[in-house]
Design a protein around this ligand. Structure first.
Ligand SMILES: C[S@@+](CC[C@H](N)C(=O)[O-])C[C@H]1O[C@@H](n2cnc3c(N)ncnc32)[C@H](O)[C@@H]1O
Length: 279
């Protein structure tokens, strides 16, 4: 299971022709098959999301056997990365910021942090601030945490899990100084737009955790997503718009706000930036 310290990485073993092969759940087709047949699932590193642990107690369905042979769950140890990386389940209730940071200074959230370039640079530039990266993809979150661990940073941490859970149920109200939402997944197809993270409910949750005067920074290269976000935030009773930062020339490859900003600017895409303040 994914509790830090006893963390394991789940996958499946496929026995074909008596040879056992470990298959981590990175193959989405295999993942979907296993989900469908209820064979596993909990993954600390491989899966894109935390999936409730589930094991098939009955016989493996014939269709799954035909494709994969016999599937069983295995768990492999992975390196514990506390205190730089924890999952939501590792947190104890009631959560207090002092559980993560010794410094009682301001707290900022890097939401959907990816590999954590913003978190790293912000923590190095502002040692007085505490930066919490939240990333649903544990593999990416661990990469971000590795960068922080290398520099032994005490003012930056990564939480693996769904930010909606953290914002709604874990983080105390009026306790965050700034939130950064950079290049959230665009979910391009119109029928998938409902999966986009930044919607009116998300705005309400940001308002819940931010202190009065707290900031929401949002950057994206996706014009219609940006319009959707600005419409929701501009009409939200708790927020008013401030002027966004101007684009500036990076001095080197790590001098971008995030990895996605670097990627998109190098591809020549315009970047839309906005900033709001909570009343
Ligand atoms: C397009 S990437 C951008 C990463 C980074 N902010 C950047 O600009 O380089 C979006 C990230 O948000 C993460 N994400 C999506 N939904 C999330 C959620 N509900 N909670 C936490 N992270 C989430 C994804 O796993 C992905 O790493």
């Amino acid at each position: 299971m994914s509790q830090e310290g006893v963390t394991t990485c789940s996958g499946v073993v496929s026995w074909e022709n008596s040879a056992a092969t470990f298959v981590p759940l990175v193959d989405s087709r295999l993942l979907n098959r296993c989900k469908k047949f209820g064979i596993l699932l909990d993954c600390g590193t491989c899966s894109r999301q935390e999936i409730p642990f589930k094991m098939n107690t009955g016989p493996v369905p014939a269709a799954a056997q035909a494709r994969f042979g016999t599937l069983v769950m295995v768990q492999l140890p992975i390196t514990p990365m506390q205190p730089w990386f924890r999952t939501i389940r590792d947190l104890t209730a009631p959560f207090r910021w002092s559980d993560l940071f010794e410094n009682p200074g301001p707290v900022e959230l890097d939401i959907g942090a990816g590999r954590g370039l913003f978190t790293l640079n912000a923590a190095l530039t502002h040692p007085d601030r505490n930066i919490l990266a939240v990333e649903i993809d544990y593999r990416e979150g661990r990469r971000a945490a590795e960068r922080l661990k290398k520099r032994d940073l005490a003012n930056a941490r990564v939480i693996g899990g769904d930010v909606m859970v953290l914002l709604a149920d874990v983080i105390p109200e009026n306790s965050v100084d700034a939130t950064h939402v950079y290049f959230p997944d665009p979910w391009w197809k119109p029928r998938h737009h409902k999966r986009r993270l930044f919607d009116t409910h998300f705005c309400d949750l940001l308002a819940r955790v931010l202190k009065p005067g707290g900031q929401v920074h949002h950057w994206t290269d996706v014009a219609d997503y940006f319009q959707m976000v600005t419409a929701a935030m501009d009409s939200h009773p708790e927020f008013s718009r401030s002027s966004a930062p101007e684009e500036r020339e990076p001095e080197h490859d790590m001098d971008y706000q995030t990895s996605f900003e670097r990627k998109k600017r190098k591809m020549g895409f315009p970047i839309y930036r906005a900033l709001w303040q909570r009343h």
